[in-house]
Design a protein around this ligand. Structure first.
Ligand SMILES: [Zn+2]
Ligand SMILES: [Zn+2]
Length: 725
């Protein structure tokens, strides 16, 4: 009988290599403890929480040296989530202990104290026992999509579908019916949404349709409530889970369906260690559960579009389309307003005119400007001093109402200056306009007032940590007429039927980011805002830009997702960007610049050596040496685009392209290059571009471990991001 439990203690130490063996005492034998059980174990003279990752009959450790766990917690983690954590640790270059913390019940670490849980009354986010409205009839396109999904569910094997449907085409109804289909087949469902606060409508509809069968996991729940929702899922009381990215770890057994709504949304990427992408985790989880994965969006990512285009079975199309809105209304007409040569850089005369018309007609408008604050930066008109963050090499943004300058990277704040400290001049120039200033200017131009025509602002400054978004959106909904101005938050999931005008200011702002996803982001932002307009009446959209010919803007103004995706995939293939390669970003940070540079240099050297020896992929082996040499030259330009200022290209990079052409094709090391100082840390970045993911991740993990262990690089911290977003 298995009497040894292999336990992974949950500590954040990277150097620790578990699992560790523990001898199970009499009372924990006989099936009470299995893989996924949570045990409190003695570890290095402390008590820590651990997860059982394996059982065995014997141990390499002498019996008298084996310790016994102190006790077992009542509910553990499902076995398949332990396997998923293992996959995440390997895939995202993290440790199994860190990955396991993702799949644990909420507040697990806190319950170490042994304190008994009190009964929790569930809060009122679900209309318990509320009316169950009749589902609306389906359009023929919805019927077709649903039939395909139900067929796939019936197969009980891993399947992927992409639901590409314009905003208002009824994707949510498809999710609801697919989830019902999973329940009918006695399987559970997970529905991922970008941000609960911005998508209250979808949560409400699931709660309405499924009642107590739905559990909602989100950060605004109190710890006790979160645990209660988790427990209901773990015990099978609830079989459908709706939540943001972390809901991909919902403890549902016999999972049949995972839906990823608004799959283009950047919030699916987690920014702490492990830096997992919930969309990729969803693929892996669906694969292991023989479940159906359904991605939905009006503006799918190039990665997803390409996956959907690869069909291995001719009878099964992976791309499902909803080309029209359910109410039959056309998408709004989009006009691009050229801002080159405009005297007033903020608002185009036609924009002001259109907004005035909305006021006249007692209608509603949404204005999008992806920049918070009053002015982007301040400078002294006499000596040229620019106010910048003491901790980061970036300009401070003026927030006028609250009278301070803020760093949008680290949160540093200081009072807004009245004069220049350097030369004493009182002439301080304010440059650029953010949402705060545009709100002010529009309220003045449109004679906005609280009752008759409110000009509301939705951004991180006007909404607090909880509840603020919902309150603001409700105010806009309740107003008879008015304007909602804000950052990208205004373009997300909510639905106001009476908005007839959408305006995008400085539409090319996102294009100016040095990032290969800049085009994709810009396209999605404009298309998503257009989707919010004209849901109940005819609408129009104005796009202000100084780059009217930019591909992303041009395609978005014609609602041409397919054209945009085709061009974008072509460009990425030519430059070997995802989905045609995998990127791994490594940042070395230290208080002083030289140690960060030295560590990055040492890493680059190791990686250049180890990546040459990577096995070849079939995709790369087919390429000619000539192509590879060309590729090598192109990579230098790529460096700048991945968000790095190229200071130096690693030795041998590009020049060795011809001699090692074929082997180097499987991976290239770009950098090191300097990043701007952040939170008092000087940073150096390296990017590995590889055609095969696992061996590259392994090589990076090994190289980072070696360099981090080297005393010469003490004081340098390393972070590894696989699939940086
Ligand atoms: Zn000055
Ligand atoms: Zn800062």
């Amino acid at each position: 009988m298995a009497s040894i439990a292999q336990v992974e203690p949950l500590t954040t130490a990277r150097a620790l290599r578990g699992p560790f063996d523990y001898r199970l005492p009499e009372e924990l034998l006989g099936g009470t403890v299995g893989v996924g059980s949570m045990l409190v174990v003695p570890f290095a003279r402390r008590q820590v929480l651990g997860v059982v990752v394996g059982l065995s009959e014997e141990s390499a450790v002498a019996e008298e040296k084996l310790l016994a766990p102190l006790r077992a917690l009542d509910l553990g983690v499902p076995v398949e989530l332990v396997a998923l954590a293992d996959w995440i640790a390997a895939e995202y270059c993290s440790t199994i202990a860190r990955a396991l913390t993702l799949v644990l019940p909420p507040g697990a670490a806190r319950r170490l104290s042994g304190r008994k849980r009190r009964a929790v009354v569930r809060s009122e986010h679900l209309p318990v026992g509320a009316r169950r409205p009749q589902p609306p009839p389906l359009t023929p396109a919805q019927e077709r999509a649903l039939r395909s999904l139900l067929d796939a569910l019936g197969e009980r094997r891993f399947e992927q579908r992409l639901l590409q449907g314009v905003t208002g085409s009824g994707k949510t109804e498809i999710y609801l019916r697919a989830a019902a289909g999973a329940l009918e087949r006695e399987r559970g469902a997970i529905v991922l949404v970008p941000e609960i606060a911005l998508t209250p409508q979808i949560v409400g509809r699931f709660a309405e349709r499924f009642g107590e069968t739905v559990a909602v996991l989100h950060s605004r729940l109190r710890p006790g409530e979160r645990y209660e929702e988790w427990r209901r899922l773990r015990t099978g009381e609830a079989r459908v889970c709706v939540g943001p990215r972390s809901a991909v770890f919902a403890p549902i057994e016999r999972l049949g369906l995972i839906v990823v709504d608004e799959e283009h949304d950047a919030s699916y990427k987690h920014e702490g260690d492990p830096r997992y992408d919930a969309r990729e985790v969803a693929v892996e989880r669906a694969r292991c559960s023989d479940a159906l994965l359904l991605l939905g969006s009006a503006t799918p990512r190039p990665e997803s579009a390409r996956r959907a285009a690869i069909t291995d079975d001719a009878s099964q199309t992976r791309l499902l389309r909803l080309p029209a809105r359910v109410d039959g209304r056309p998408l709004p007409r989009v006009s691009v307003l050229d801002m080159r040569g405009e005297q007033n850089a903020g608002l185009h005369p036609l924009t002001v005119q259109a907004l005035a018309q909305v006021r006249e007609d007692r209608g509603k408008a949404i204005v999008l400007l992806n920049r918070r604050g009053w002015s982007n930066f301040l400078s002294c008109r006499s000596c040229g001093r620019v106010w910048s963050c003491p901790e980061c090499d970036v300009a401070l943004v003026l927030h006028r109402r609250d009278g301070f300058l803020a760093c949008h990277h680290c949160g540093h704040r200081e009072p807004a200056p009245e004069r220049c400290e350097q030369c004493g001049s009182i002439s301080v120039g304010r440059h650029g306009a953010g949402t705060e200033r545009v709100q002010h200017d529009l309220a003045a131009a449109l004679e906005g007032d609280e009752d008759r025509f409110p000009v509301l602002r939705l951004d991180a400054d006007t909404v607090g940590a909880d509840g603020g978004v919902a309150t603001l959106l409700r105010r806009f909904e309740a107003a008879e007429s008015g304007v909602l101005i804000g950052t990208q938050m205004v373009a997300k999931g909510h639905d106001f039927p009476d908005v007839t005008l959408g305006v995008v200011l400085d539409a090319d702002a996102t294009l100016r980011f040095p990032d290969f996803r800049a085009e994709e982001r810009t396209f999605a932002l404009i298309a998503q805002l257009a989707g919010r307009v004209g849901r109940g009446a005819e609408g129009r959209v104005l796009v202000q830009t100084i780059a009217p010919e930019a591909r992303a803007i041009d395609h978005a103004s014609r609602h041409d997702s397919d054209g945009f995706l085709a061009g974008e995939l072509e460009r990425r293939q030519a430059l070997r960007y995802p989905p045609f390669s995998h990127l791994i970003r490594i940042v070395c940070a230290a208080v002083e610049s030289p140690p960060a540079r030295a560590a990055a240099g040492a890493l680059a050297e190791r990686l250049n050596d180890s990546l040459i020896n990577l096995p070849l992929g079939s995709e790369t082996a087919a390429r000619t040496v000539d192509e590879q040499a060309r590729q090598g030259r192109r990579e230098r330009g790529v460096l700048a685009e991945t968000g790095m200022r190229a200071e130096r290209v690693s030795p041998g990079f590009g020049t060795r392209a011809t001699e090692d052409a074929v082997s180097r094709s499987s991976a290239a090391v770009l950098g090191p290059a300097a990043l701007f100082r952040l939170r008092g840390q000087e940073r150096q970045v390296l990017v590995v571009k590889a055609s095969e993911r696992r061996p590259a991740v392994r090589a990076v993990g090994e190289a980072v471990r070696r360099v981090a262990e080297d005393r010469a690089h003490k004081g340098v911290s390393f972070s590894v991001d696989v699939d940086p977003q």
